[in-house]
Ligand binder design. Structure first.
Ligand code: PEP
Length: 251
């Protein structure tokens, strides 16, 4: 039985002070909530402070990206070691905003995933098609390409420590959500692909999150689909009441 995961991607929002306030509120709301795994992913600058607030609670910490080298002359980058030292257990990799604005490719996604796994971080690996790709009936081909490149060389054990997030790009921050049927179709496709490339057991245990304008009003129906095991939430994770409500709706 797969445990639901609700992960909040705070993107480039919130100063340390604002992030602390939100973390304190979430701590009040979710301190005893263990029915789902809750992960919050603040900006790098707020990671350590947020960790000191949530460290004794079931709320887990994630980063929004990492660089694959553990140290060196890479000005502006943050290494897996540094992220782990901030208290993170998770890291989002290959988010469509990174692919779109920072030239992230399936190859660099693969390097980041391997670096995360190498240090014991659980990657939340994002895949998803653009509107243009969906309209051209290329959704499954694009997802397959992202999975093939992104998961290249990963072992069954690596997959057991990974989470996949299906995030149709046209649904991120747009208010447009995939219908539960549209999302379920792609989640089932991803699980089938994982089964073929890894094993039945790995595919059955793999958590596949949906992301794209998830809010309290639509979360219940989405989470009710057979292959949707939680959500990666952007906008609605920036307020404690909507994020907590999504978590409570999901179980
Ligand atoms: C995201 O950033 O991963 C996301 C899904 O954003 P939103 O919920 O705002 O669409």
């Amino acid at each position: 039985m797969r445990k639901i995961m609700i992960a909040g991607n705070w993107k480039m929002y919130k100063t340390i002070g604002e992030a602390s306030m939100l973390a304190e509120e979430l701590k009040k709301e979710l301190a005893t909530f263990i029915e789902a795994d809750i992960v919050i992913c603040p900006t790098f600058t707020a990671l350590n402070t947020v960790y000191s607030i949530v460290e004794d609670t079931p709320i887990k910490l994630g980063a929004q990206n990492l660089f694959w080298e553990s140290e060196g002359a890479y000005t502006g980058e943050i290494s897996p070691v540094m992220i782990k030292a901030c208290g993170c257990e998770y890291v989002i990799i290959g988010h469509s905003e990174r692919r779109k604005y920072f030239n992230e490719t399936n190859e660099t996604v693969n390097k980041r995933i391997k670096a995360a796994l190498g240090i014991g971080l659980n990657p939340i690996i994002c895949v998803g098609e653009t509107l243009q790709e969906r309209e051209a009936d290329k959704t499954k081909a694009i997802i397959e390409e992202q999975l093939t490149g992104g998961l290249e060389g990963l072992s069954n054990e690596d997959m057991a420590n990974s989470i996949i997030a299906y995030e149709p790009v046209w649904a991120i921050g747009t208010g447009k959500t995939a219908t539960p049927d549209q999302a379920q179709e792609i989640h089932a496709f991803i699980r089938g692909w994982i089964k073929e490339k890894f094993s039945t057991l790995i595919s059955e245990n793999l958590r596949i999150l949906y992301g794209g304008s998830v809010k309290p009003e639509n979360s219940k129906e989405l989470m009710g689909q057979a292959d949707i095991d939680g959500a990666l939430v952007g906008g609605a994770s920036l307020k404690e009441d909507s994020f907590a409500q999504i978590a409570k709706n999901a179980v």
